[in-house]
Design a protein around this ligand. Sequence first.
Ligand code: ZN
Length: 201
Amino acid sequence: MSEHDHDHDEHDHDEHDAPLSDDEARAEAERLVRKEVALAQIRQYGDPVLRMRAADAESFDEELARITGRMTELMHDADGVGLAATQIGILRRFFVCTLDGEDHVLVNPVVTPVGDETETDDEGCLSLGSIRVPIERALRVEVEARDAAGEPVSLSLEGMDARVVQHELDHLDGVLLLDRTDAESRREALSQLRPRLVLTS
Ligand SMILES: [Zn+2]
């Protein structure tokens, strides 16, 4: 998911901010470069791997620790709050996410809605450029998973955190936001995602 959900991107400077100092401007320029480099390593819409279902992860070894550590870095560099293995071309069931300010690695997650209550809010995706579409999600979920070391993890989540986990779980099943939004939002999003025709003389 993109961090720009709910319009609280802490990095944005609005018109009330003082002009950036040289150091701040340099830090901001570096942040943007890191973001671009991270996004270039994340599979983008049109890549068939985003449509494939991942299989259970079987070994909780150094390789898994290394990959999930790298994914957490990528997620932060890309200003995201979640990143699934499929988004970097690995067809195994794990993702990283930030829930209530804390980073998590969730392996072989099982997500169960609690109650019937749902909430519709705009979501973005690190694999879908800047599109944002309304998505209905369960308001509360229970998560059973393993961490990178194979230890069991149980989480009760609500609101934004529950939304993040449902979004990442979808990635492990090859499901994208476009499959979950309404017809009109899908049409609009597709028109943004389709490569633009450029006429040259
Ligand atoms: Zn996504």
